[in-house]
Design a protein around this ligand. Structure first.
Ligand SMILES: CC(=O)SCCNC(=O)CCNC(=O)[C@H](O)C(C)(C)COP(=O)(O)OP(=O)(O)OC[C@H]1O[C@@H](n2cnc3c(N)ncnc32)[C@H](O)[C@@H]1OP(=O)(O)O
Ligand SMILES: CC(C)C(=O)C(=O)O
Length: 606
């Protein structure tokens, strides 16, 4: 399998070996090239992904066959060396996964898929073991089986004589090797077993190595080991079996799975098992989204090569498939992983990005973000102005007017955040705060008034026949569009040429208001056609005020053709007013950012 995926082979260079200048430059600033056992110059470490097997053992996760196929394909594109697909002896869904993966995945992806199972059942011949049979018929080139390595499990869980467990290991490995498989043996509870009875764990290894196992995977199943214990034990097994590839499989019960896996690699492990985003049984598995960039950027290995820039995309795609909320603070891949909020941090990263970033976010496909909040200094606002293209860094530095504007915006942000606004998730509202300080800025429209009626569709208040079904609200929206003042010049009749009054119904008051605003603005600004609302979040700020509480509304928008998104904020004790402020900011931002396309379409006016 190694030979079939040369581009994504992880290679380490020992300090004692000939580490070229180019290799060192590939690491991040200040990173140390990994030290290896003396005399070892070049070593290959492979990435073994168990998202689709151990990952799905996490509470709350249930994946369809299609989900698993989609993830397997992405893992392949990412350059993962081994993709454990599931346990065909466990359930029909996993059987179907292997059947479909063989037919539907590209051949090179299928070559990387691994079937998982266990050693034969106790006191049973391998040839009669249905579970081993299902592993063989899954058709993968590589098979991984789990075996007991801790005498406690042999005596009290499996409840067999220790000799029988050794026979289960030896015969199962031999059986699968006879079937032509590459065989990995997951030695469950290896570290606990070694600490309790080193001699027995070594006998288990001996049985497997004697049967020509390809990889001995040492598992920290309960996740209770410490990095220095991992170091001692991996080195011990490596010394005993220098010619056998070793794997590491760590659980995260102490939050040490990544550290333990990296330590195991330093101590001699050749294959690292883990999952995307660290999902897995209990507190999860070792997070490959942290391990891979660390190996590649900090430990001088080639990792998954140029695929590393897809790390963030893979991480978020997998969350999406499993319907899990993305962890914003996830190292490397989280949306907050390179987000800077404190003014002192932003001031520094604006000068030298590495001052508060351990790597360049682009290396893992992530990006630096600057947040605006009450903890900001002028540097935060400066960043936003520069990013939006309103002014260049040089202009911003040289211009007294800009400095005053930014000071004014900062003051406004701090005052409004005291009142309940939160700007860190509302970049578009920040952008408009800046624009509104600029002389000559004319908002593309002005809200004159609005009215919302709501009703319970099951009743007919006042004897009126209110519509039933999803429609529960009606909004009347009146706006003034300065650019329409020219309508009179174009010969379009009307009492108030710059004013538009529209009515719309929706499945709630905010929906009706959004539709009303769209309707009022679209004829003048057809570019709004491609603007969509994607999310609406409400937060009650002072719950103790009960129904009089202040409400913060955050609305997310996106523009369909460019897929660019933006968010706005509104705060009020009246949820409708808060929503209307956020809605208006969203539309105003769309018009100033994506062009106002002020073609007056008289035909749409009735
Ligand atoms: C550390 C890990 O994560 S290992 C992977 C764990 N993942 C899973 O268990 C998910 C998939 N599991 C399943 O679908 C089911 O548990 C099956 C199909 C494997 C087995 O189901 P059942 O036959 O009903 O057995 P059950 O799950 O109740 O118990 C497990 C049996 O396997 C035995 N067993 C455990 N490990 C091994 C092993 N390495 N080799 C052989 N037998 C084993 C246990 O002793 C127990 O048998 P016993 O009741 O005779 O003592
Ligand atoms: C089967 C093995 C790898 C396992 O999941 C564990 O030991 O945690």
């Amino acid at each position: 399998m190694v030979a079939s995926v040369p581009t994504s082979t992880v290679t380490t260079h020992g300090v004692n070996g000939d580490v070229g200048k180019g290799d060192r430059q590939a690491t991040s600033p200040g990173a140390l090239v990994m030290d290896q056992p003396e005399g070892e110059v070049l070593r290959t470490v492979e990435m073994y992904d168990t998202t689709l097997r151990d990952g799905t053992q996490m509470e709350g996760i249930s994946a369809s066959v299609l989900d698993k196929l989609k993830i397997a394909l992405q893992l392949h594109h990412f350059g993962m060396h081994y993709i454990e697909g599931g346990w065909p002896g466990s359930n029909p869904k996993d059987v179907e996964f292997f059947e479909r993966a063989r037919k539907e995945l590209p051949a090179e992806a299928w070559e990387r898929v691994v079937a998982f199972g266990s050693t034969r059942r106790k006191f049973k011949a391998c040839a009669e073991d249905k579970q081993l049979e299902s592993l063989i018929s899954a058709g993968t080139g590589c098979v991984t089986i789990v075996a007991k390595a801790w005498d406690l499990h042999v005596d009290h869980i499996l409840e067999v004589p220790r000799e029988e467990n050794l026979a289960m290991v030896r015969e199962s490995v031999e059986h699968l090797k006879m079937a032509g498989k590459e065989v990995m043996l997951d030695l469950e509870h290896f570290f606990d077993g070694w600490k309790a009875n080193r001699e027995y764990t070594m006998q288990v290894c001996e049985a497997a190595v004697g049967a020509k196992v390809d990889v001995l995977v040492l598992c920290d199943t309960n996740g209770g080991s410490l990095p220095w214990e991992i170091d001692e034990i991996v080195r011990d097994v490596k010394a005993a079996y220098p010619g056998t590839r070793l794997g590491i499989h760590c659980h995260n019960d102490q939050g040490l799975a990544v550290a333990n896996s990296l330590q195991a690699v330093r101590s001699g492990a050749d294959v690292v098992q883990g999952t995307v985003n660290g999902i897995g049984e209990r507190t999860g598995n070792a997070n490959l989204m942290t391990i891979i960039p660390t190996l590649q950027l900090k430990m001088g290995m080639t990792g998954v090569g140029e695929h590393l820039t897809n790390l963030t995309a893979l991480s978020r795609f997998t969350d999406e498939q499993f319907n899990m909320a993305h962890t914003s603070g996830a190292p490397f891949t989280g949306i907050s992983a390179f987000a800077h909020k404190g003014g002192i941090h932003v001031s520094a990263v604006n000068k030298i990005p590495d001052s508060y970033q351990h790597i360049d976010p682009a290396q893992v496909g992530n990006m630096k973000r600057v947040l605006v909040s009450e903890l900001s200094g002028q540097s935060n606002i400066l960043s936003k102005v520069e990013d939006s293209g309103m002014a260049s860094k040089t202009e911003l530095k040289a211009s007294k007017v800009w400095r005053e504007r930014m000071g004014q915006v900062l003051k406004t942000v701090k005052r409004l955040e005291t009142e309940g606004y939160s700007y860190e998730g509302a970049d578009a509202s920040v952008n408009l705060l800046v624009r509104r300080t600029m002389s000559g800025y004319v908002p593309p429209f002005k809200l004159l008034d609005y009215l919302v009626q709501i009703w319970d569709s099951d009743r007919t208040p006042g004897g009126l026949e209110f519509p039933s079904g999803p429609t529960t609200a009606r909004a009347t929206v009146k706006v003034r569009v300065p650019s329409m003042d020219s309508e009179a010049e174009l010969g379009i009749e009307g009492e108030n040429p710059g004013v538009r009054l529209e009515v719309a119904e929706g499945n709630g008051p905010v929906d009706a208001l959004a539709k009303g605003l769209f309707r009022a603005l679209l004829p003048t600004f057809p570019s709004l056609q491609s603007v969509k609302l994607s999310d609406y979040k409400v937060r009650i700020l002072d719950q103790e005020s009960a129904t009089q509480a202040k409400t913060r509304v955050l609305i997310e928008f996106y523009e369909k053709s460019s897929d660019v998104g933006w968010s706005t904020v509104g705060v009020n004790t009246n949820i409708i007013s808060a929503s209307m402020s956020a809605l208006m900011d969203g539309f105003e931002y769309a018009l100033v950012e994506f062009g106002q396309s002020c073609s007056i379409d008289a035909g749409t006016r009735s």
